[in-house]
Design a protein around this ligand. Sequence first.
Ligand code: ZN
Length: 276
Amino acid sequence: MSSFMTRARRLAGVLALSGVTAVAAGCASISTQQEAQLGAEYAAEINRQLPIVQDQAVHYYINQLGNSIARRADTRGLQYQFFVVNADEVNAFAVPGGYIYLNRGLIERAGNVSELAGVLAHEIGHVVERHSIDQLEKAQNANTALSVVYGVLLGRPPSGAEQAAIQVGGGAVFASYTRDAEREADQVAVQYLVNSGIHPGGMVTFFQKLLEEQRRAPSQVEQWFATHPTTQERITNTQQMVDAIPSSTLNQLTRDSQAFQQFRQRVSQLPAAPRS
Ligand code: ZN
């Protein structure tokens, strides 16, 4: 009993320090510093739970590409980190604070750097526009996120329910984004890509590809559609944004690179994650 009280008091102290109490209380404004701290705690837990690809060349390429977009997109000083998850299902998700996860199944379906960068820019958009932190607040209401944070702070393995929440690739913790959030992330992503010298047309072709796969073989793309509602309307809107960019600008933007093709080949040759 007394040791429980001591532990509870210590936990309360840590939570207060990390600003988690402000989130748990449903406080609307989470500072960038609090977001970075929460994101780091989340990412540490996710990295323990998901089969993260440790290959140095893979890790280097995705971080170099991701940061080339993020540093022109986010002005809040967040340190973005990108991770490849050794899972065949198509999925990508953004944790507050700038931690972005992409499944190998998504990377293997991207035909060129423009398609992969389109997804990265879209996920970065969710962080910049604070959609991810809004999601966290919603999850806090359901008490899911807080129990995960407790798990991190208590240093005990998370319970089965907590693990399940993480295993679905953030799907349960980070509920589906709204159509408005999706539209907003697409809009800013087009601009981020142009600013980074990458052709935004890949967003259109890649999301079209996923939509076609959903009709053909829905199970492999289920996670993506559960968290990022992708519709023909969204794709058409993105195409219109791309069409509005002067062709003199578009002609100078990168669609593909040898570095990307080497990266994709390396990812596709990775051994499958061991079944746990
Ligand atoms: Zn999205």
